[in-house]
Ligand binder design. Sequence first.
Ligand code: ZN
Length: 302
Amino acid sequence: MLSPQWLDELRMRTTLSAVIGRTLRLTKAGREFKACCPFHNEKTPSFYVNDEKGFYHCFGCEAHGDAIRWLTDQRGMPFMDAVKELAAEAGMEVPAPDPRAAQRAEKRASLHDVTAAAQEWFEGNLRGAEGAQARGYLGRRGFSEAIIREFGFGFAPEDRQALKRALSRFEEPMLIEAGMRIAVEDKEPYDRFRGRLMLPIHDTRGRVIAFGGRILDGEANPNAPKYLNSPDTPLFDKGRTLYNLHRAAAASRKTNRVIVAEGYMDVIALAAAGMEDAVAPMGTALTEQQIELLWRMADKPV
Ligand code: ZN
């Protein structure tokens, strides 16, 4: 396994447009290069290559990566072969394997397992006895059983250690890194989401990467925020994520429209009313990256 420093050095010495330019015809676009995306079918270019940042990004399908990722994903090379090829071109020597670094990488890869397991647990709680209050709230909001299942509603109990017990097969540092537990100095870490109606947040590939939680017992916790999201984690970048994008993208191709609502409950209410092309930002303000994403989805974001 390779250290992040070594990989950064490799990226710095690699000119990404030269690597990509071998298999894709690139056109200069300001300080970047653009092309029709090789990862999805399109007629107008939304695939950009930025040599300064060392990243490519497609605003159509969100394909994103560096030179190594290009060689593995586009050319189908095994990771180490891609690294060796780039290192040879950059005149760098590939260091010998470090088992501890390999362990760290394995942990990172399984943060998705943590969020997937948490989602399963939240959903089970909602169906169980302790989920009665949350089910009552959903009923009052008029959400059907089908909508509740489709959007993956769940419930986090009030207990500060319940998630840790339920997900005991994962180590504490992983639960913290995935944003599910909060670490405090000199005290035992505790569950981030308690006494909340839970909603999973997905990436464009439909994998659970984060959660939003709505408080149920507002009077018992007057100081608790009504809505609480996962923090930014290795899986979740708030400013680049739009809630419901993985479902809305397909719907918006049919309608050539995308509706931006304020929050996830609005998106779900719209879907329940038959408008499936709605998304919402994760915080209060829409970021530049989110706006770019929207403009490439439809001619007229609403
Ligand atoms: Zn693409």
